[in-house]
Design a protein around this ligand. Structure first.
Ligand SMILES: [Zn+2]
Ligand SMILES: [Zn+2]
Length: 716
């Protein structure tokens, strides 16, 4: 007799059932709980009879549903993120699989194999006859109506039938965007590929923008396909924002690809999950949630744009995709590759420590020089009397681009109409009722002037308000708008260059699933001269005719009190700059700023990533910040300020009492003290050893009423 711990969806805790036969960990089974039949997942096995009475497992539905190692991963993720194993499992397996009939089976086909078969009994012969009448292939739904499932099972065991999942058609946009030829690898790419292949450690591919990292990824994935059936996981920061890359992969690998991201419909998720877990699909492309999809045999994991903060899951379980990837790679002996033009400071440090190996690609594929970057002092512009968001130089360059029929990317990391709105009479600012931030004005599409002031939006909680006729405080009618958003920028550009064709990409214009792809497609086909957008347009886009990038205000995000503020701005500016001059002509980048003296801009200008990293490392060492220490952020929130404060203070005092010399504890209100209608206080705990920090928090996790975030992305 064996005893099995079984996870059930929507049931708190893990319970035990028994069976006479041996069932694998990871099997999908049917059990009875309080006289109701439920579908569960075997997560543990034991031969020792528990002290309580157990019931028998009713039926084994899928003998290997999840590979056992993925259950180990789920356990680890739960422990690291101070969150239950069950919670992680609920993310790993789509809910519909906890219904009796595995939903994927609806799209299952039975296919008859070629060859001679030893068929016993009329039923088996009948089944084969039916299939032959249908070109040897029939959907499970139809066949099961005619033939019993036990006969089908027997035929599968005999090798007469094989199971085949219905084709999943990827959205058809890809081919339209680009059909890029497969290029021969350059000699630099070849040698880079070789070092990655040779490395037994995870590799960090530090390749400048336009150096052709994608070619390396494709070559590695190809190698897997030609090998012994290993699967590839290819992770991207945001699926919707990288249509070109997916298109390239699809062009090469076709139907062997499965796609996974949070915007898939339930039906699509089920299909893709079945194709991946069965091993039918060999390449899984996805956003961070794809790292938790239990593959059959992951042998290659690639994290592209590894510096992107979207690789951190900011909801429970709060995990870093990097960490899970490392754990999978260890368990399955898979190759692991992180790629970026601007790797994280932490990632460089991993290489220095010898945990990862650093592979560099310092040249662009087309041998084009990296773009020429100029820093433009907006203070001087204002002194000259130019109050427009377009500096003199940027104006000259935009006119040149338009004249030469080239394209430009204009980047402004602020959406909406203006930065802030104030009553000119009484100084009233329009704060969000839920958050301690001011709301931003958004105009009605296509409207101009004051009448077009459609609404106020809070960029944090999304609160919406009609723009008032008069000031709610003093009843006058004069407002002042400061700063620029992409909406206003579009208006300015149209005013200054009346004939210009502009595409705008921000959270207001890109709202539906294919909006971004459509926008990119239009720009790719030169249906617009300027692509104006927020950080949405900073990633991975490749346009032949873009020779100018104008960064309207590089200072956004620079003055935040966070140790990663500079790093983020550096990465963003470098990435955006990388969109220009990727083919014949050298690109030009104009970066406008009010802080000309900021050291960061020198590094951006000189394409000096390593210099930047050294400089930041110096600061982080002096201030004892990651990667030179480990940090946890525990946030206490409540609608009542006193309650949030009290809970945070209590925990802070406790930590102070118990901690040793190695530990540093600080306590502060959140940068935005009130968000989403609640007050927030942070307690930060710093320790040199990550394991100790984890233990310290785990021991107290139950007593902590706050959210624990180990390795937070920001201090705000
Ligand atoms: Zn007023
Ligand atoms: Zn708000």
């Amino acid at each position: 007799m064996y005893f099995y711990e079984i996870y059930l969806r929507g049931v708190k805790g893990i319970f035990t059932w028994h069976a006479i036969e041996k069932i694998a960990i990871g099997a999908r089974v049917e059990v009875s709980l309080r006289n109701r039949k439920k579908i569960g997942l075997v997560v543990n096995i034991s031969e020792k009879k528990p002290a309580f009475k157990t019931q028998s497992i009713l039926e084994v539905l899928d003998e290997v549903f999840i590979v056992e190692k993925y259950l180990e991963i789920a356990r680890e993720v739960g422990e690291d993120a101070f969150c239950s194993f069950e919670k992680v499992l609920s993310l790993m397996v789509p809910e519909k699989f906890f219904l009796k009939h595995s939903p994927a089976k609806r799209d299952l086909f039975y296919k008859i194999q070629v060859g001679e078969f030893n068929l016993t009994g009329e039923k088996q012969k009948q089944a084969v006859e039916i299939l032959k009448q249908h070109k040897s292939e029939l959907s499970a739904e139809v066949l099961r109506k005619k033939i019993s499932s036990s006969t089908i099972k027997t035929l599968i065991k005999k090798g007469v039938l094989t199971e085949k999942f219905g084709k999943f058609s990827l959205p058809n946009y890809q081919e339209k965007i680009v059909r890029k030829k497969n290029f021969e690898l350059t000699s630099l790419q070849k040698s880079v590929l070789k070092s990655i292949q040779k490395s037994v450690k995870p590799s960090l591919l530090f390749g400048v923008t336009g150096s052709g990292k994608t070619e390396i990824y494709k070559a590695l994935a190809q190698e897997q396909l030609e090998g012994e059936g290993g699967q590839t996981v290819f992770l991207l920061p945001e699926i919707a924002l990288t249509p070109q890359l997916i298109a390239e992969f699809k062009n090469v690998f076709g139907e062997r690809i499965a796609v996974w991201h949070s915007n898939l419909s339930e039906g699509e998720k089920i299909q893709e999950f079945a194709r991946i877990t069965s091993g039918e699909a060999q390449i899984l492309i996805g956003a961070r949630s794809a790292i938790l999809v239990p593959l059959k045999n992951p042998k290659l994991i690639i994290l592209d744009e590894e510096h992107e903060w979207t690789y951190k899951n900011e909801f429970a379980p709060r995990f870093w995709t990097h960490d899970i990837a490392e754990s999978i790679a260890q368990k399955f002996h898979s190759k692991l590759l992180f790629g970026s033009a601007t790797p994280r400071i932490e990632s460089f440090e991993k290489c220095k420590e010898g945990c990862w190996s650093l592979v560099e690609m310092g040249k662009r594929v087309f041998e084009t020089q990296l773009p020429k970057i100029e820093i433009i002092d907006l203070v001087q512009e204002r002194k000259k009397g130019n109050h427009s968001p377009i500096s003199e130089k940027l104006d000259v360059e935009i006119r040149r681009i338009l004249k030469e029929k080239k394209q430009a990317v204009i980047f402004l990391n602020k959406r909406g109409f203006s930065g802030s709105t104030m009553c000119k009479e009484c100084g009233h600012a329009f704060e969000c009722p839920n958050c301690s931030v001011n709301m931003k004005v958004h105009r009605k599409v296509g409207s101009r002037g004051r009448d077009g002031m459609a609404k106020f939006i809070c960029h944090f909680c999304g609160h919406l308000e009609k723009f008032p006729e008069i000031c709610p405080k003093c009843s006058t009618k004069s407002f002042e708008f400061r700063g620029w958003g992409t909406q206003k920028m579009e208006e300015v550009l149209k005013e200054v260059y009346p004939k210009v064709r502009i595409l705008r990409a921000d959270a207001d214009t890109i709202t539906k699933r294919y909006d971004f792809e459509n926008c990119i497609q239009k720009f790719y086909h030169h249906e617009a001269d300027i692509l104006l957008g927020t950080q949405m347009i900073a990633k991975g886009l490749d346009f032949e005719k873009v020779e100018l990038v104008g960064i309207i205000l590089a200072d956004v995000g620079l003055n935040l009190p966070d140790f990663r503020a500079e790093e983020r701005v550096f990465q963003l500016l470098t990435q955006v700059s990388g969109r220009a001059g990727r083919r014949e002509n050298r690109g030009k980048i104009l970066i406008q700023t009010y802080n000309r003296e900021e050291k960061l801009f020198e590094f951006v200008k000189n394409h000096d990533t390593k210099g930047f990293v050294d400089w930041q490392n110096d600061i982080r060492k002096k201030t004892n910040m990651p990667p030179f220490t480990n940090l946890a952020k525990i946030t206490f929130s409540d609608i009542k300020k006193e309650t949030a404060f009290f809970n945070a203070k209590k925990f802070f005092t406790l930590c102070q009492k118990e901690c040793d010399l190695d530990t540093q504890v600080t306590f502060a209100p959140a940068f935005f003290p009130r968000m989403y209608g609640k007050y927030h206080f942070h307690v930060f705990v710093k320790m040199n050893d990550l394991g100790n920090l984890r233990d310290f928090l785990q021991k107290r996790a139950l007593d902590i009423s706050g959210k624990i975030d180990l390795k937070p992305t920001s201090l705000l």
